[in-house]
Ligand binder design. Structure first.
Ligand SMILES: [Zn+2]
Length: 161
């Protein structure tokens, strides 16, 4: 993906206030991120591990979503599947919840999805990060990348709907 700058990422948040977007922790090492191998940038807040964020460029526009882990109970002890990259992990998938954008979010509406706990979907898809169990799939890498992006776009569409 196209590398994003900190101001671009902060301006791209769709489901938090401008104040929250200006205060949340954006990775300091943006310049060192493996952008060429990323379909989206995902990170955990080092000071608040239940908070996670993702930033992507969809339809040529930066979009970022603030997420929260829905608590320890949501961790799957058994194998579970990331809904974005369709990687199977043992214990490495967490249920992340995004407040919906705008009025719906203020009324407490949210959208949840199981995702790789470290949000490194792009690296799992490319085999740059290993998982315990690999699904045998006939898809090419390009098809897997397309699928990840389509799943991400569908999730973002639910958040902004
Ligand atoms: Zn994933």
């Amino acid at each position: 993906m196209k590398p994003l700058t900190e101001p671009e990422i902060r301006a791209a948040f769709v489901n938090c206030t401008k104040g929250e977007a200006s205060r949340l922790n954006v990775p300091r090492d943006l310049a060192e991120q493996p952008w060429d191998d990323l379909d989206f940038l995902g990170w955990r807040d080092p000071q608040a591990p239940d908070r996670a964020y993702l930033a992507a460029v969809l339809d040529g526009r930066p979009v970022a979503v603030a997420l929260r882990s829905s608590g320890a109970a949501s961790w799957q002890a058994r194998r579970s599947l990331c809904s974005l990259c369709v990687t199977t992990h043992t214990g490495g998938v967490s249920l992340l919840v995004a407040a919906r954008a705008g009025k719906a979010g203020k009324q407490g509406n949210s959208v949840g999805a199981y995702m790789c706990a470290d949000l490194a979907c792009s690296l799992y898809v490319r085999g740059k990060k290993e998982v315990g169990t690999k699904l045998h799939e006939s898809l090419t890498l390009e098809e897997k990348i397309e699928r990840t992006l389509a799943n991400l776009a569908a999730f973002v569409a639910k958040v902004t709907a």
